[in-house]
Design a protein around this ligand. Sequence first.
Ligand code: HEC
Length: 147
Amino acid sequence: MLKHILIWTVGTFIVLQAIQIDIPEPPKNIDPKNEIQAPKEIMPMLKISCYDCHSYQTKMPWYGHVFPMSLEVKSHVKEGRIAVNFQEWGHYDDAKKQKIYKGIAKTINFQMPMPMYLSIHEDAKLSKKERKQIKTWAQSHIVEEER
Ligand code: HEC
């Protein structure tokens, strides 16, 4: 009996692995000129704390391929790249850049990087000072509309 349960459980687990989310393939030629040019103290923070979801340089962890975690992880990468891809910066128009700078200033204190991600990626944690640096940088690019 126990053996059957075990076989069914393992079998179901294996079958469920077929459920996958596809992240679109990165383009073949990624032009480095399109990458965001942030100051040298900001750039490493973006790379360490944001690039997994906001660039083509995703370091996919092993559990990112295992159902059900894969659905969560891959959808974050997929949605994250759509919201902001720092390697596609050169293709964004001013309105999109403004939206992103505002988004960064708004989300850097709590929402970004995603708390769930931080619970696993110790190295991506940003100190209060670092968050402030990123916020100040983002704000310096926000153009207030004239009234
Ligand atoms: C684990 C994946 C993940 C990481 C790491 C991550 N993000 Fe995101 N980010 C997302 C996803 C998914 C979305 C789109 C869904 C949403 O808006 O909640 C998003 C959306 C955003 C947006 C648009 C939100 C808005 O309201 O305009 C900004 C700006 C952003 N992220 C900035 C950052 C910055 C800056 C970092 C690094 C400090 C970062 N993110 C790290 C997954 C991530």
